[in-house]
Ligand binder design. Structure first.
Ligand code: ADP
Ligand code: MG
Length: 632
């Protein structure tokens, strides 16, 4: 090992750059923050080639004096901390004094600035740690920072930059995370000379969300506001029907800084508890204001996480703010009566959590929206219906093992649970399952559909209770996998392509995943800055609403982008396809469809569980039944 030496500043900056400058989007974030700290009212962003060639941010803020330009790009040089104590009450977005130094060490940087009171401006160029200037330059009041050829001198990192569209997606996401918190500032963003966003000053938050996301979402948002001592929570939250399949649509700002925080994330999910199906995630735009001393922002190099002095209080305020709003809003159309009813205890839960007892109330109800009592009642009713219909099919007065399928066939069908003979033929369009003849000579098995959700049928050994959705999902999944094994899935070209709104990040993720999606028969093409056209859609998903499917798909691929391997992602998408195409709980089925499902059940590997691992089938053996009825 060599001698220990103190690294030259230029190296130190390059090392620090590893933490601060991950990609063009991180540069944009830092530059925007600097402009806002300088009090800018108007900020113009110009990008070229996904920021790889150019990221330029020009503002009309306070500017930097010519003789301080060199300091601005020096490490640990900042105008934002005067005293050490200031670190415990940060009022600005920046404070670490390392952004410009780090950026300058891995790019070609040009800084032109003029404080309002100065007669002329000055320019400084930095390249690979070498400074040129400052020299006088004509400039309007304010500052313009141009960052060219990011990572030109660190080829290993340059290699990690992704396709232009991917980087553009990240850039727009970074832009979004800043501009949402500064409605009083005018922002524009252009890429390769084309203006993508023009956000006038004074625009209402809802308007801005409409421009950045979608009009439809913006129109649906509910405003929340709550004031507790030392903490204000405000913003817009979406009703449950706008929920997404990923949590990336949750924007949380603390004192104007967009952060990720698990306490707040938990509070948001809690607030929607019982109102969302399964893994759906709420969409929220939340703004917290609190005294700077009560939140430590110096816990993450990119300043994207914070530490609260009293996280429990933050949790309870956020939970109460959203929950109160949701409870006072008529969401009936969105979630259906059942979900609301099953969540009667939510108000009480919210209050309990508001007392600060977060852990205690974690998942006591077992996670599902339905209370145990309600669930028990529903299952009992289903069983009662089933046995009512079964007993009707027994000849009166006979109570014994002789009860046989043939006899039962004479029973009249019941409205709630019809006992049905399996028909031998008939094709099922919806289940996509070709009906197969039963084994020759085998007696037709009988079945009933209960609550349009469960199929009950008999076997030699006993009784099967089948979750129709889970079973169909498994069948489709296997079918899709088999087809994929032979090549691409068949795609149907759309004559009139539907368009889907997408965030920039989703656009980029879709572009990245384009080849994989094509393999699955899904062909998406860019259609304007914020939408994609569905050019092709899998034949197998004929019955599925393409727009809704693609919108969920985009959440999935954007959420997994960079995290899941290609293989994992492929399976997640397959999974989703099977789930969406499968018949649902609540769908009434024709006899032909039921028969088709049941006959396919035998042919499918792993038919006992759906692709998510939930059981498709519950088996009750005759001996089990005998035991339960104390016949043995
Ligand atoms: P920090 O923002 O943490 O202070 P930076 O490296 O981002 O560190 O910036 C260093 C200094 O350069 C800032 O403290 C500020 O004084 C000055 N500066 C940077 N950008 C601007 C700008 N757009 N307008 C005015 N001053 C700026
Ligand atoms: Mg800064």
């Amino acid at each position: 090992m060599g001698k220990i030496v103190v690294l030259p500043p230029h190296w130190v900056n390059k090392i620090a750059a590893g933490e601060v400058v991950e990609r063009p989007a991180s540069v944009l974030k830092e530059l925007l923050e600097n402009s806002l700290d300088a009090g800018a009212r108007r900020i113009v962003v110009d990008l070229e080639e996904g920021g790889k060639k150019l990221i330029r941010v020009a503002d009309d803020g306070g500017g930097i004096a010519g003789d301080e330009l060199g300091l601005a790009v020096a490490a640990h040089a900042t105008s934002k901390l005067a005293r050490e104590e200031d670190l415990y009450g940060i009022q600005t977005l920046g404070f670490r004094g390392e952004a410009l130094a780090s950026i300058a060490s891995v790019s070609q940087l040009e800084l032109v600035s003029r404080p309002g009171e100065a007669l002329e401006g000055a320019r400084l160029e930095v390249q690979g740690g070498e400074q040129r200037g400052p020299m006088p330059a004509a400039a309007p009041p304010g500052t313009a920072v141009a960052v060219r050829n990011l990572f030109w001198n660190t080829p290993a990192r340059r290699k990690f930059l992704r396709a232009t569209n991917t980087e553009l997606g990240h850039l727009i996401e970074a832009f979004t995370r800043v501009v949402l918190a500064y409605p009083q500032v005018h922002f524009t963003l252009a890429h390769n000379g084309r203006t993508l966003y023009e956000l006038p000053a004074g625009q209402a938050l809802r308007e801005r969300i409409g421009t950045l996301f979608s009009r439809d979402l913006a129109d649906d948002l509910l405003s929340v506001v709550r004031e507790d001592p030392g903490l204000k929570v405000g913003g817009l939250v979406a009703p449950p029907r706008q929920a997404r399949s990923s949590s990336q649509w949750q924007y949380v700002f603390v004192n104007g800084r967009c952060i990720r925080d698990r306490f707040i994330g938990h509070a948001v999910r809690e607030a929607y508890r019982g109102l969302l199906e399964g893994s759906r995630q709420p969409v929220v735009f939340l703004f917290l204001q609190m005294p700077a001393e009560l939140v430590d922002v110096n816990v993450h190099p990119a300043k994207s996480e914070v530490r609260f002095a009293d996280a429990n209080r933050v949790h309870s305020s956020v939970l109460a703010a959203i929950r109160d709003r949701l409870l006072s809003t008529d969401l009936t159309a969105a979630v259906g009566r059942e979900a609301l009813h099953s969540d009667e205890g939510a108000g009480a839960r919210a209050v309990r959590a508001a007392d600060g007892r977060i852990e205690e109330e974690e998942d006591r109800s077992g996670g599902g929206g339905e209370s145990q009592d309600a669930r028990r009642a529903r299952v009992r009713q289903a069983m009662a219906d089933f046995f009512k219909s079964a007993s009707l099919s027994r000849p009166a007065g006979r109570c014994g093992r002789e009860w046989a399928p043939a006899e039962a066939a004479t029973a009249p069908p019941q409205p709630a649970a019809r006992a049905r003979e399996a028909p031998a033929t008939g094709a099922s369009e919806r289940t996509g399952v070709r009906e197969e003849e039963g084994e020759p000579g085998a007696p037709a098995r009988r079945f009933v559909q209960l609550h349009n959700s469960y199929l009950v049928t008999e076997t030699e050994e006993g009784v099967l209770i089948i979750d129709q959705h889970a079973l169909h999902e498994r069948i489709l999944y296997e079918q899709l996998q088999a087809q994929l094994g032979e090549g691409r899935l068949a795609s149907q070209r759309r004559l009139i392509p539907e368009t889907v709104e997408a965030t920039a990040k989703q656009m980029a993720a879709a572009e990245d995943a384009a080849e994989m999606l094509r393999q699955l028969g899904i062909v998406l093409e860019r259609f304007g800055p914020r939408s994609l056209a569905i050019q092709g859609f899998p034949g197998l998903l004929e019955q599925v609403a393409a727009r809704e499917f693609v919108s969920d798909l985009l959440d999935l691929v954007a959420g997994e982008s960079g995290r899941a391997s290609r293989e994992e992602l492929l399976h997640r998408v397959l999974d989703m396809m099977a789930c969406k195409a499968a018949i649902k709980a609540g769908d009434p089925l024709t006899d032909g469809e039921i028969e088709a499902l049941l006959s396919r059940r035998q042919g499918v590997e792993r038919s006992s569980n759906c692709p998510h691992g939930r059981p498709t089938t519950i088996r009750l053996s005759l001996s089990q039944l005998d035991k339960e009825f104390k016949r043995t």
